[in-house]
Design a protein around this ligand. Structure first.
Ligand SMILES: [Zn+2]
Ligand SMILES: [Zn+2]
Length: 335
């Protein structure tokens, strides 16, 4: 089965995004690119190279609701009448239901507030989120896609794997015959995926990085021969890459642990030490990175950290020797 890759430009730091046309009928596209100028033409040209017109698409499968993947979904649906599928946890967001986007912005702002991020940064965050809002037009209809479902064409079936972490509703498509995985942003060759902080169900926030690490371990066990990622080139057996990513998260957690002074720290101290040049508009990514690694450290029993309600401070646990400590060192390392 030959999957056709369509590379679409984005205005984001991540570079281009990949959409994939599955072989066979019904005609199925996976992801669609962001809703910004120039991307529609790139998608149409990519499909034309595969001998397909946009209007002929039968189905659009979204790996997750981020703008670079779901932005054009509404236009694709309007142009083709195709059915659109995504994980149910993201349907309200994809439909643009009243208050959902405001809820996301309010949640990220509150995460940053609890993490100690200054108001100036948070103001820019709210403004940049307002600009992003227009990059995805709301869908009128979206259908569920969840663990255990199959996306079948007359050439074969792809199993849906729910792989939360990078997004709560992230899914991968797995072809067990060809041992090929369409990984969305859950596994990208050239960058480590951010486990973006998201609201919890019954808790203030979801512990996204521990979930992401579990998803990576699950993919490692699949025995993939080929991975088609949401960004960058296709790759072969991803075992080594996954091991590198898991080791990276261990190293980053240890680095953060070293920067916690004996009296404890607030996440913002750690964000500044780790990402001294963080862009205010994207500060929630840096906060997610620190908060996620604090979750990993808490699971290992190395810090006292909850990061749900109340004031967010983190303290080391026990007397583990983690090397140099102190705010001064943190500052030096952060340059
Ligand atoms: Zn994403
Ligand atoms: Zn992406």
């Amino acid at each position: 089965m030959e999957v056709h890759r369509i590379e679409i430009p984005t205005p984001y730091a991540v570079g281009t995004v990949n959409a994939y046309l599955l072989p066979g009928s019904p005609l199925t596209l996976v992801d669609a690119g962001p809703g910004v100028p120039g991307t529609w033409e790139a998608l149409a040209e990519g499909l034309a190279r595969a001998g397909v017109r946009l209007a002929e698409l039968d189905r659009l499968v979204l790996t997750h609701p981020h703008h670079d993947h779901a932005g054009l979904a509404r236009r694709v649906r309007d142009a083709s009448g195709c059915r659109v599928f995504a994980h149910p946890v993201d349907h309200a967001r994809l439909r643009g239901e009243p208050g959902v986007w405001e809820g996301i912005v309010g949640f990220l702002d509150e995460v940053c507030r609890r993490a100690g991020v200054p108001e100036g940064y948070r103001r820019e965050l709210r403004q940049s989120m307002e600009r992003l809002r227009g990059h995805t037009l709301p869908l009128d209809e979206v259908e569920p896609l969840d663990e255990g479902d199959e996306v079948c064409t007359d050439q074969g079936c792809w199993r849906v794997l729910h792989t939360p972490g990078h997004a709560r509703g992230a899914v991968c498509l797995w072809d067990p015959r060809e041992r090929t995985l369409i990984s969305g942003d859950t596994l990208i060759p050239h960058i480590s995926s951010n486990a973006v902080t998201e609201p919890g169900q019954g808790t203030f926030r979801t512990r996204t990085l521990p979930a992401y690490v579990a998803s990576l371990r699950r993919i490692r066990e699949l025995g993939c021969r080929r991975v088609l990622p949401g960004h960058g080139e296709a790759m072969g057996d991803p075992t080594r890459l996954i091991d590198e990513r898991l080791a990276f998260h261990e190293r980053r957690a240890a680095d953060i642990l070293r920067r916690i002074p004996p009296g404890g720290a607030i996440p913002w101290d750690l964000v500044r030490a780790l990402f001294p040049g963080v862009e205010p508009g994207w500060v929630f990514l840096a906060v997610s990175e620190v908060v996620g690694h604090l979750d990993l450290l808490a699971d290992q029993g190395r810090v006292e950290w909850d990061g749900q309600e109340g004031t967010w401070t983190v303290n080391r646990r026990g007397r583990e020797d983690v090397g140099t400590v102190g705010r001064e060192d943190g500052r030096t390392l952060g340059r």
